[in-house]
Design a protein around this ligand. Sequence first.
Ligand code: F6R
Length: 643
Amino acid sequence: MKAPSSSSETEQFERIRTEVFETPDAAVGRVAQRLAKLIRSRAAMGQRVVLGLATGSTPVKLYRELIRLHQEEALSFRNVATFNLDEYYGLSPEHPESYHRFMHDQLFRWVDLSPESTHVPDGTVPRAGVFAYCAGYERQIAEAGGLDLQILGIGRTGHIGFNEPGSGPDSRTRMVALDRLTRRDAARDFRGEANVPAYAITMGVGTILEAREIILLGWGEAKAPVLRDAIEGPATATVPASFLQHHPNARCYLDRTAAGELTRFRYPWKVGPVRWDEPLTRRAVVWLANELRKPVLRLRDEDYSENGLSPLLVETGSAYGLNIRVFNRLQHTITGWPGGKPNADDSHRPVPAEPARKRVLVLSPEPLDAELGMAGTLSRLVAQGHEVSLVHLTSGNLGVPDGEAKLAVNLLKAAAQQGGTAGAGQTGWPHELEQELESKSPLDEDSAGLRRFKGLIRQAEARAAARVLEIAASATVHLNLAFYERGRYRQFRTAEDDVDRVAALFRQLQPHQVYLTGARSEPNSVAGIAFQLFRSAWARNRTEPWARSCQVWLYAASERAWSPDEIEMAVPLSPAELLVKLDALCQYRSQRNQTPFFRDMGGELWQLAEDNNRATAQAYDRLGLAEYEAMETFRRWRVTDVE
Ligand code: F6R
């Protein structure tokens, strides 16, 4: 099979055809139309369509759009047969996290697919029968006429289906062990890594490549590095998705953030002429300095011209002036005054000096997110006299494992008994909670009462963290937005009253600064939904006088340290301040890894935050700027981004 040639100059590095859309909705609309056309044209000829389907967060929006097409535009699935990629081994079809259940909830029950025409691998086949079962699954696909179109997501390990690194292009349907990163990514659904199955049954890479057409979907910043490797790197078993390069009719449909590491977006000067605006100039200079391992001020004319950056020199005449300009820009992003420095010249500072005392609204999708991203900055803002409101948008109760709830219930009961209350602990809420916790498995849905209790645990942790950061109790708000309380991961639907509540918060506080995260997150994640809520609420307020002068700052999520060229404000942390931050993070004891399994990966959230903050400081240092212990990082979000 031959890889398709790129259709435009800008795509010259891409070995899989890739279409990039502003939003996942736009991409999903296009893919759904493609599917609808295929289904309808086959139906008109009295023929069947065989679809390969995926689970996970990525296709959720696609399935919602297909359901809409079925309900509103009479798209029928009567002539469709489906084969799913994979299933966790050991989970029954009824299990809340099984892919059977997922497909039923997200698609099958809403459309007119007949149950006999849907196929999801069976995770309950006895071990001795797995090989024969997998061969049978392949046979069923072949007997159905082969897959007409396969939908894929991609894991951060580069897996498609559950074909983890090491899976070859000829691999077939089989049982596999899940990679540790994959298990960590699934930990949220399973309420802790310890509950994530170790094995799965998956179609092989070879099985997938036999589909006549393949569409891989990808959203959000977290997928950007692996998508770059799959699309632009060599075809290798280290990144199984890269084998799609061998397929004549495979396409990636990405949103802009998932495509962010592709050469045409990250290093556009390498693919054609560009307009050298300030951000791009900065990016190119930082890239060059990193490539050559030189501080910015030591880059020479030859360094630019030998590395394809002569056009950049044309504007400034020499490396000298350009280096100084970029160095100063980088220098000006660093400030110990995130709320503005009173009585100082602010013409080169990220934040205006006036008003000296600002109203600052910090939005945290779940308790802990804001602390991970900006605990040091939060405590500085408080210490520098600003009026800080820390608003936890959701209760975070889905992230509290049963073990933590058991511990707290136990304590409550023991305290009541010590208090000498007659019959203490035999009735009442703690007793009910104890009964529920005794009888449920960690994966059963929690009752509303248990969720409320777990929310209280997370609130208590948030209060402890706020105390460490010296944020007054009265400055912390728990909004407990409804979308979170009504759903589970991947099944959230935003509720209109949530937008009302965030909009009301803006009107009430009229902030000079808003801090939040999630702009580049996967759209079904809590941070992604929280960001969309912010945008809707902001759109309602944006003509208000306070909104016109309000700065919105995005803080970095914990997954990846931003490069200095992406940063518009870097707040340094001294060694002592970093320790205070870590102390605050450690107050969230329910959010520690519940097993030692991932310890060697540095998988603790506080460790990731520390590593990223240190990495940023080192990146600035390598460019020749001052060497700090650690740095928290921010980017401006501008009102024009609403449109
Ligand atoms: C799902 C599957 C996986 C997922 C991948 C991404 O059937 O086979 O390859 O597509 O793990 O998962 P999400 O979409 O949850 O990021």
